[in-house]
Every structure is written in C-alpha cells, then in structure tokens.
Design a binder for this molecule. Structure first.
Ligand SMILES: [Zn+2]
Length: 303
C-alpha cells in the first residue's frame, strides 16, 4: 500500500490523542504505526474548543474578531494540532433540487504568518453565508496551520518547524524534497519539508479531506506575492481582481505538485498583495466574482 494511503488510514483510525503529540522525527513506517505507547511523557497538551480557537484568532488578527469567527459555526474535524487546536472547516452542501456544478475546496493559512490569507477566508465565508445557492458544493478551511498563526510570534511553518506546503506526498518527495531544501533552499528553516512526506497532522488531515471530499478544484490562499499561480490540466484563471496569472512551477511536496500535477485536481494558488494589509472590500468582491465566473466556466469541462 502506498505510504500516503496508509497515513490517511492512520489519520482516520487513530484517536486524536496520538496526533496531538509532538513526536520526534521517525521513519514513515513507524510513524504510521505510532500509537499512544510512543507518546513521550509530559508532551501531550489539552485540546482546545472551536470557541477557544475563535478567541485566539480574534486576538491575533486585526480583521477578524472573535464573534465574526464564532458566527461561522466552524466544525471541528476532531484532528488536533500539536498545540491542541482543532483543525476546523465549514461546509456549504448541495441544496435541494439543484445538482451542483462541482465541488470546491477553499483553504487559507497553510502558512501561519500570512494574516490576510486567513482573514479573507472569513470575508468570503460571509459571502457564502449570504449567497450560497447550491451552484457549487463548498468545503472551506480558513486556517490550516493554527499553530503557526497563534503562537506568540506567528511563523510560516507549523509548530514543529515544517513548511506544510512542502510536506504533501508528491511522487517526487522521497527523491527530491530534502535534496531541494538542502541544495536550492540552502536549508532555510522556513522551507523545511519535514522528515518525510505527510509527517504532520495538518497535511495528513488535509490529504484525507482531498481523498474523502474529492474536490473538482482546490483554491489555496497565500500572501504576499501578488499573483495567481495554477497547476492543473484545465485553463487557468487569467486574473482574479487585480491579481494576474503568473505560472511559477512547483516544488517537491507542494500542494500544487501533489494535487495539481500528481492527482490532476486543478490547484489555484491565490497570492494576495500583502500579508499584513487586507485588500479593499471592492477588491475582495472582485476576486470572488472572478473566481466564481472561472469555476462556472471551467469545472463543467473537467467531465
Ligand atoms: Zn504562503
């Protein structure tokens, strides 16, 4: 069985307690077999509720207050980060008597120091709360890396220092991810891909969401490179609001490489212009309208 499938099974089978722990790097095999007997004494942390997650997001982000977050009624995946935060999502399911054009997985905050990429998810969820008509079936993950965001000084990587966007099990991970990090990224800790693919609870869970939800398109929001990147075999969006398409290629272990190239699920990477300053309301709406127009045009062509 490919190890990423085993890891998915691991994520679904084992209790959140075993995922909560800051485990030391292990080989793929024994990580998959990890159970509570591997937990180093004193390393387990208390799990937090969605309300506590919202309290901490509200305290951290200038553009999202605690109540904005609570109003979303995010659901807990029952997978928790090493710091005890629930990995949370919101689903906008099909409506009665309308077959959706497709399924869209919208994700922000895989990098914990890209504040605007998380804040904008709450603004777009407000739009969905108002206007969800069943045109698409949405799953929204506003903050895939709460540990990176919510520690005292926010950081790109997760709590264990792994760049989650280099930890997906792309086919070239074993051959290239660590080599690339050493030789091309000069061991920059911000780009550390982890000891092995899918070594982190956040990527294990996100991969299981891809597997279970089987999206037609994944949209991942980042900052601050001011562009739209795309990996996939359908036509890319030329622009989203002021952001223009600029193809950057992929890295070993990136979501674009894993989902866009290996799984053939188109991945739109939205790079907002600033990590610390939100786009204007007008721009947030324009991006949304362009995104819906593109999804409407291109998703039906996937069949
Ligand atoms: Zn990023």
């Amino acid at each position: 069985m490919p190890y990423y499938i085993s890891a998915l099974l691991f994520s679904l089978t084992f209790s959140s307690y075993s995922i909560l722990v800051t485990a030391s790097p292990q080989t793929t095999q024994n990580a998959i077999q990890a159970d509570s007997t591997d937990i180093p004494p004193g390393k387990a942390v208390t799990t937090k509720s969605i309300d506590e997650l919202c309290r901490d997001i509200g305290n951290k982000l200038g553009s999202v207050d605690e109540n904005d977050c609570k109003k979303q009624a995010l659901q807990s995946s029952s997978v928790f980060t090493p710091q005890g935060y629930p990995l949370a999502y919101k689903e906008y399911p099909p409506v009665k008597n309308r077959e959706p054009l497709g399924k869209v997985l919208l994700m922000g905050g895989i990098h914990g120091d890209e504040y605007s990429a998380i804040s904008i998810m709450f603004r777009w969820m407000e739009k969905l709360n108002k206007y969800h008509s069943g045109l698409f079936h949405w799953k929204v993950i506003p903050n895939l890396n709460p540990d990176g965001l919510l520690q005292k000084k926010s950081q790109r990587q997760n709590h264990r220092g792994v760049d989650l966007n280099r930890n997906f099990p792309s086919a070239n991970w074993d051959a290239l991810a660590l080599k690339y990090w050493e030789e091309k990224a000069y061991k920059n800790p911000r780009r550390y891909p982890g000891p092995y693919a899918l070594s982190e609870p956040e990527t294990i869970w996100f991969s299981s969401v891809i597997n279970d939800f089987s999206p037609d398109v994944i949209i991942a929001v980042h900052a601050p490179h001011r562009l739209v990147d795309f990996d996939g075999s359908i036509a890319a969006p030329k622009k989203l609001g002021n952001l223009q398409l600029r193809l950057l290629g992929t890295y070993p272990g990136s979501l674009g490489n894993y989902a866009g190239v290996d799984l053939d699920i188109p991945v739109v990477t939205v790079e907002l212009a600033s990590a610390g300053i939100m786009p204007s309301d007008h721009e947030i709406s324009r991006m949304w309208v362009d995104m819906i127009r593109w999804l409407r045009q291109e998703i039906p062509k996937r069949d």
